[in-house]
Design a protein around this ligand. Structure first.
Ligand SMILES: C[S@@+](CC[C@H](N)C(=O)[O-])C[C@H]1O[C@@H](n2cnc3c(N)ncnc32)[C@H](O)[C@@H]1O
Length: 257
């Protein structure tokens, strides 16, 4: 399956649940208790070895990194670190950035869901750029973050590194698929788990980076279509993983290389 075909099929995010979260947050306390009860609210603080923005900054400034893509721009804090690169693509359907700052080179701010960006990019033919580094920090729901990885890998330059944010929730409630807590990782933790299973050729490391962990993925192969071909199976497997089990084994997952 070609990337254009894949994203044509899965770019159906117009009704995605990123709107309305403010309402959930307002009810946080009440709902948090309900979710805590449901999941047993296991609380396991990280033992942070770094802060995620430090990890990101170091990689953006690494020699050879000229082209960057980020899903989830929000205020543009992380995108701004890329001001000296050749190209810094930021994708967000509702960015909260200051006017004008990101409307000039090297920035390319795409005000749309990442699925739409990838569909349009692949439908247009061979892109005129390849990525040295990507940061996945958009919608914190497993399938969305997985598709972000699939899109990024298809655009990867040799040696490309991908960081996925929010892969180490500190409590089960924080990892719920719908947002009930203010710091919210969602179930992005499933992404590195399915990559380790379905793409053993990739190197997937988990770093206890504050506040909620990073996955660092290398060994990308833009010609590999396993995740697109087996997408439904990969998603079914990921959704079948238990958050309680993941929380219980989190140290082992971090230690595994
Ligand atoms: C956690 S914030 C990103 C923070 C930013 N990367 C930083 O470190 O400063 C998540 C952002 O993802 C955006 N988002 C939600 N759904 C998205 C989607 N389908 N594609 C891309 N971004 C999305 C939200 O609008 C929000 O601004």
């Amino acid at each position: 399956m070609k990337a254009a075909e894949f994203f044509r099929k899965y770019d159906n995010t117009s009704a995605a649940p990123w709107s309305g979260f403010a309402n959930y947050v307002a009810k946080e306390n009440e709902l948090y208790l309900a979710v805590g009860e449901l999941y047993g609210d296991v609380v396991r603080p990280l033992r942070p070895v770094s802060i995620y923005k430090e990890e990101l900054t170091r990689r953006i400034h690494a020699p050879g990194v000229r082209t960057y893509l980020e899903t989830g721009v929000s205020t543009g804090e992380s995108l701004m670190i890329c001001k000296d690169l050749d190209l810094a693509i930021g994708i967000d359907p509702a960015p909260n950035v200051p006017p004008d700052v990101f409307d000039k080179a090297p920035f390319r701010l795409e005000r749309k869901p990442s699925d739409t960006f990838f569909r349009e990019t692949f439908e247009a033919g061979t892109p005129d750029f390849a990525l040295d580094l990507a940061f996945i920090d958009g919608l914190h729901v497993f399938e969305y973050a997985l598709r972000d990885f699939i899109g990024v890998e298809a655009l990867a330059a040799p040696g490309c590194e991908v960081l996925v944010h929010d892969v180490l929730p500190r409590r089960a409630a924080e990892a719920a698929r719908h947002r009930f807590t203010r710091p919210w990782t969602g179930d992005v933790w499933r992404v590195p788990m399915v990559l380790r299973r379905f793409r053993p050729d990739l190197k997937v490391r988990l770093i206890e980076s504050a506040p909620t962990g990073l996955a660092v993925i290398t060994g990308l192969d833009p010609a590999n279509t396993v995740l697109m071909e087996r997408y439904d199976e990969v998603v079914a497997h990921g959704l079948g993983l238990s958050v309680m089990e993941f929380m219980a084994l989190r140290d082992a997952h971090v230690a595994a290389v």
